[in-house]
Structure formats: structure tokens, C-alpha cells
Design a protein around this ligand. Structure first.
Ligand code: ZN
Length: 398
């Protein structure tokens, strides 16, 4: 049977064989283009900016003047030179680059926040490895002047607290123009950036500087929120900031016991949900969390680090959103958050990226179809003469 098939293939006119090969090539390239390029457009095209309270009645001009369109993502973990296979690195970076570039093109955000652990090995990388990681980061997350990119430090960027050195913090701050206690005000909305790794509370040099900046900023923000009639002496010569209540952006989540209360398809898997969190490792300490809440009285907290989704309410009124990882290395279903934010309101919406399992299913189905096509082609193109001859010889044998 095998020899008759190969004879049949050999006997095919060269033109028909080339034509068939060309069709196969078209099929393979279409599948590749869809799975590696178009799928990001198909999936992200379904994401819509959420409506913010009062925004529905605004004209387009009023909306663009007062509603800030922000994308928030976390834990990209660009692999370094030590851990991870080169193919893993290549694939994950391609997926994140395509997702980010497609999201920018389709959604046109005003600002993008990355909530730390941008790199996987920033905590120990050599100067050359760091430079290479940074170069790849800027290539993947390139953006036009229309969109601003703000990056926050995570434990994989500068090390866990006891690995964190001034050198590592400085090189991160230099590349990303990040400092703990930095205020970013856009369209009157106040965002406070926090280096949560420096919230250990042990009085280390980096922690002291960071806390001092946070305290000074909280003083300015609190003074700005006081009504003129309540002006007190401590606020008399303080620089006035927009009155909007701040939004905290940090890597570690505020203290919570575990992810047991978290719901949703991208919350932690059931076997991990009840594992108690370690303070200063999985989440901030209770003391540091209280401090941040007291200092800023934020209206929203956005954090990363856990790689899974969660919504928590602190003190019964302050919501915190744990943003899941943006990398397929950490999740089958990565996502980012789309936020429509004004000085008083905000509305958030999650945008899921293509599920990796679905991409694999498409590849497997295409592979199976390819095999069937080749086999069918070989059989179908067996010249009728040989086919009839085989039928007759079989009949004779019976
Ligand atoms: Zn982390």
C-alpha cells in the first residue's frame, strides 16, 4: 500500500505537485499569521472602554478632556540570561509585544501603568544582562508620544527587601524615571507611585528615604483637600495640588490573609486560595498597609505580584484590585485592566488576551488537517488506471 502510494506521488506531474505544495504553504502560513498576529486583533477588538459615571452624557470633546483612559498591567517578568529557555523567552516576549502593540493601536490609551516585576532577574542581573533586558523592554513596549508609560518597581526588578541595594534601586529609577512617593497628575487625577519593597518598616536607608517622601506627599495631598475655610497653619505654605483623592499604584498588595475570598475565572487556583499569605513576602505587612491607608486615604489601590486576580475592600470602603500577570508564562489567560477615570469616579473593565490553550488547539487541529490533506491528496491523485488494477487484482484473489 505504502509503495503504491509513493509510486503514485512519484508519477504526479511536477506542476500538480508544485501546486499542491504551494497550497500547503498557504495553509500553514495562514494558520501561523492567524495564531501569531491576527488573533490579538480579534480578541482585543472585543474589549471596550467602560463608561464612567456622568461620562455617558458628555460630548466626545468633553470626554477626552475629563476622562483619562488608562491601561494597567502587571508582572511581565521578561526572562533574563540565567533562568528560562531561549524559546520560552522568545515566545513569551513575542506574545506580550503583540498584545501590547495591538492594545495600543486599537484602544489608544492616554496612559499605561505597569505594576512591577517587569523583569524576572533584575534582582541579580549583571550590568550587561540588565542593559539587554532594558533594551528588549523598550522594543516590546515602544509607544507613541500620544501614550505615556509609567513603570513601578517590583521585587524581581530590585530584589526582595534584603536583596535590595541602593545600586539596584538607582539603576531602576534611572531607566524608568521612577521614585517612590512620586505623584503623577493627569487630567486632575492624582496617582501615587509606591515602592512597596521599601515598606519593610525596619528603617533601612532606602525604606527611610521612601517613607519620608510618601509622608511629605501625603501632607501635600491632605492639605490640598482641605476646604479654604479650614486652612490651618501646617498647610499655609504647602504647594496646592488638584483636590482629587489619590489612586495608589504599587507592586505588593496591601495585607490580606489569603486569596480565599477572591472570585472570578482568573483568581488563584482552588488549591492555592487557602494558603495563608506571608507578610512582607506575598503581601505588605499589616503595619505598612495601615500606614498607606492612613497617609493617603486612597479611593482605589492597584497592585500586582500575586499573578492572579482579586478584589478586596479595605476598611469597608477602599477597593483594591490585584492585577493578574500579563505573561503567558504565568497564566493561560493573561489580561490587563482598562480604566476610565475622572477626578471623582472610575470604572474598570478587564480585557482578556488570547488563551494559550486555544492557540494550541488551533495549531493541533491545523496539524491534523494538514496530515489528512496530504494523505487524501496522495490517495485521490492515484491514477485511475492503478486504482482499477488494484481493485481487479483484489477481486481475483477473492
Ligand atoms: Zn513580585
Amino acid at each position: 500500500m505504502l509503495s503504491s502510494s509513493s509510486t503514485a506521488v512519484k508519477n504526479l506531474p511536477l506542476k500538480r505537485r508544485l501546486c499542491f505544495l504551494l497550497k500547503l504553504l498557504c495553509f500553514v502560513s495562514s494558520v501561523l499569521i492567524f495564531c501569531e498576529f491576527l488573533i490579538y486583533y480579534v480578541v482585543i477588538l472585543q474589549c471596550r472602554w467602560p463608561n464612567v459615571k456622568g461620562g455617558a452624557h458628555m460630548t466626545e470633546k468633553e470626554t477626552s478632556a475629563s476622562v483619562l483612559k488608562a491601561i494597567i498591567l502587571a508582572d511581565t517578568h521578561l526572562l533574563g540570561e540565567i533562568k528560562g529557555h531561549w524559546l520560552d523567552k522568545l515566545r513569551r516576549e513575542w506574545q506580550m509585544e503583540r498584545s501590547f502593540q495591538t492594545a495600543l493601536w486599537l484602544l489608544q490609551p492616554d496612559i499605561v501603568f505597569i505594576l512591577g516585576d517587569v523583569f524576572d532577574e533584575g534582582k541579580w542581573s549583571s550590568p550587561q544582562a540588565w542593559a539587554d533586558d532594558v533594551r528588549r523592554f523598550w522594543k516590546m513596549f515602544r509607544h507613541s508620544a500620544f501614550t505615556e508609560l509609567v513603570v513601578i518597581a517590583g521585587n524581581h526588578d530590585i530584589g526582595f527587601h534584603y536583596e535590595m541595594t541602593t545600586y539596584k534601586v538607582n539603576r531602576f529609577e534611572k531607566v524608568f524615571n521612577f521614585t517612590s512617593g512620586k505623584l503623577i497628575t493627569r487630567k486632575g487625577i492624582n496617582f501615587v507611585l509606591v515602592n512597596s519593597v521599601a515598606m519593610e518598616g525596619d528603617g533601612c536607608a532606602v525604606c527611610r528615604t521612601s517613607e519620608a517622601k510618601l509622608v511629605a506627599l501625603s501632607h501635600k495631598l491632605n492639605c490640598s483637600q482641605q476646604k479654604p475655610s479650614h486652612s490651618n497653619k501646617r498647610c499655609s505654605d504647602v504647594e496646592k495640588l488638584p483636590v482629587s483623592e489619590p489612586i495608589l499604584l504599587q507592586h505588593y498588595p496591601l495585607y490580606r490573609k489569603s486569596d480565599a475570598e477572591c472570585t472570578g475565572e482568573d483568581s488563584a487556583p482552588p488549591e492555592e486560595k487557602n494558603i495563608p499569605f506571608k507578610e512582607k513576602y506575598d503581601v505588605l505587612s499589616q503595619e505598612a498597609s495601615q500606614k498607606l491607608l492612613w497617609w493617603f486615604q486612597p479611593r482605589l489601590i492597584l497592585s500586582g505580584h500575586t499573578h492572579s486576580a482579586c478584589e478586596v475592600l479595605h476598611a469597608g470602603k477602599i477597593p483594591e484590585i490585584s492585577v493578574p500577570s500579563f505573561s503567558w508564562r504565568n497564566r493561560n489567560n493573561p489580561s490587563f485592566i482598562m480604566g476610565s477615570i475622572t477626578t471623582t469616579e472610575f470604572s474598570l473593565q478587564k480585557c482578556f488576551l488570547p488563551f494559550e490553550s486555544r492557540v494550541f488547539t488551533i495549531y493541533c487541529a491545523a496539524g491534523a488537517l494538514l496530515v489528512i490533506l496530504v494523505l487524501a491528496h496522495v490517495q485521490l491523485l492515484t491514477p485511475p488506471f492503478y486504482f482499477a488494477q488494484r481493485l481487479i487484482s483484489k477481486h481475483k484473489a477473492v
